[in-house]
Design a protein around this ligand. Structure first.
Ligand SMILES: Cc1ncc(COP(=O)(O)O)c(C=O)c1O
Length: 381
């Protein structure tokens, strides 16, 4: 028996990877499970995206290795996308790197900037991958608190008073997953100043900016942000292309070339047809976002009803493809989600899996048809 590497002892299998095995067993045994647990878009990408992929398959270079930096046309379209939606100017040659999803980018950025023993500020609650990747690389995650009373924003003064001597990187993610909270430009500006004062690379993971959000924002729009900031973005949620694996990292050329050094040694360029489809997606007009969001709006108002039936409370001003809801007092989030699964066959995510500050909350996904959500409400009633 060959032992696994020591780094494996620093992480556990992802909650959803384990839990879905159990949920799938329940489905196989005939239980009518309603899945409101996972944020995997069930809607189709724009038709022109699918056509661009299929039509590209007979191009002469369709099946060759592709450039590590992606097609120039893809990078140019990404630059136009950032200019149009966020009024941020980026050089398509040096300041944009297409990625195989933004999750990949979390590992690549960490590998490009962290040494063993460096500390990383990670949100609690937050996307569990930031912590897992930090630990896998022998760096030290330091949770920073996000709480409802502070609108799920970091307390910069409290951070400033803490020992930051080893901190090299800080993850933020606005609109925030799982809470759906926003950070305005004033607050993002304060964070950039904090990062500059403390020589910290501030990275905004920004995959939810176009879902149920009236005012998409980019950290890179903040004055002087490029000095200390990077941003990740993704086509997974904005264009229902989660399985395609297309993301991007954006920022100053020196930072991007560090990341390219890692990426070009780990994977190869993205499949040509996927890049062709991604180009079409990024060129979508406002009409696409309006139609996508009208579906999510309908679903969200039903999920609000479901949450109310379950005696939960929620913030109607939040963004993203989840409803984050506070539970009645005295019940733990896992106890609540297990009861819901066992008694009503409804699967939702317990808040504690996103960090200790998620205890007392649950997360409902909007990636299920209205009929499923209506059925869930009927089961509770
Ligand atoms: C906060 C956050 N960041 C990144 C990702 C990964 O997205 P991608 O599909 O681009 O890898 C997710 C996916 O659920 C997410 O919730």
């Amino acid at each position: 028996m060959i032992e696994g590497a020591n780094r494996l002892y620093t992480v556990e299998e992802y909650y959803f990877s384990k839990k879905m095995r159990e949920v799938n067993l329940l489905i196989a045994s005939g239980k009518p499970i309603i899945n409101l647990g996972i944020g995997s878009p069930d809607l189709r990408p724009p038709q022109k995206v699918i056509s661009a992929l299929t039509e590209s398959l007979n191009d002469a270079k369709a099946h060759k290795y592709q450039s590590y930096q992606g097609l120039p046309d893809l990078r140019e379209t990404m630059a136009d996308f950032y200019k149009d939606h966020f009024q941020v100017s980026l050089s398509p040659k040096t300041e944009i790197l297409p990625l195989i999803g933004s999750k990949e980018g979390i590992m690549h950025i960490s590998m490009a900037f962290l040494n063993v023993g460096d500390a990383v500020l990670v949100p609690n609650p937050g996307y569990p991958t930031y912590i897992a990747v930090t630990k896998l690389l022998g760096a030290i995650p330091i949770y920073y608190n996000l709480i409802e009373d502070h609108n799920w924003l970091p307390d910069i003064m409290a951070l400033e008073r803490s020992d930051l001597s080893k901190v090299k990187l800080m993850w933020i993610n606005y609109p925030h997953m799982p809470t759906g909270a926003h950070a305005d430009y004033k607050f993002l500006g304060e964070l950039v100043e904090f990062a500059k004062r403390n020589k910290i690379l501030l990275v905004n993971d920004n995959p939810y900016s176009f879902i149920l959000n009236d005012a998409p924002k980019s950290l890179l729009k903040v004055n002087g942000a490029k000095e200390v900031c990077l941003e990740l973005n993704s086509l997974s949620k904005s264009f229902n292309m989660a399985g395609w694996r297309v993301g991007m990292v954006l920022g100053k050329s020196e930072y991007i070339s560090n990341i390219l050094k890692v990426k070009s040694n780990m994977d190869s360029g993205m499949f040509y047809g996927i890049q062709k489809g991604a180009i079409e997606a990024l060129k979508c007009t406002q009409l696409w976002y309006l139609s996508l969001n009208s579906v999510y709006e309908q679903r969200r108002s039903l999920v609000w009803k479901l949450a109310t039936e379950l005696n939960c409370t929620y913030d109607k001003k939040s963004s993203g493809m989840f409803v984050w809801a506070r539970l009645p007092e005295f019940i733990k989030s896992e106890e609540f989600t297990e009861l819901l699964l066992k008694n009503h066959h409804i699967f939702i995510a317990p808040g504690h899996i996103f960090g200790s500050n998620g205890e007392g909350y649950v997360r409902f996904s909007l990636c299920a048809p209205t009929e499923d959500i209506e059925e869930a409400i009927a089961r509770i009633r």
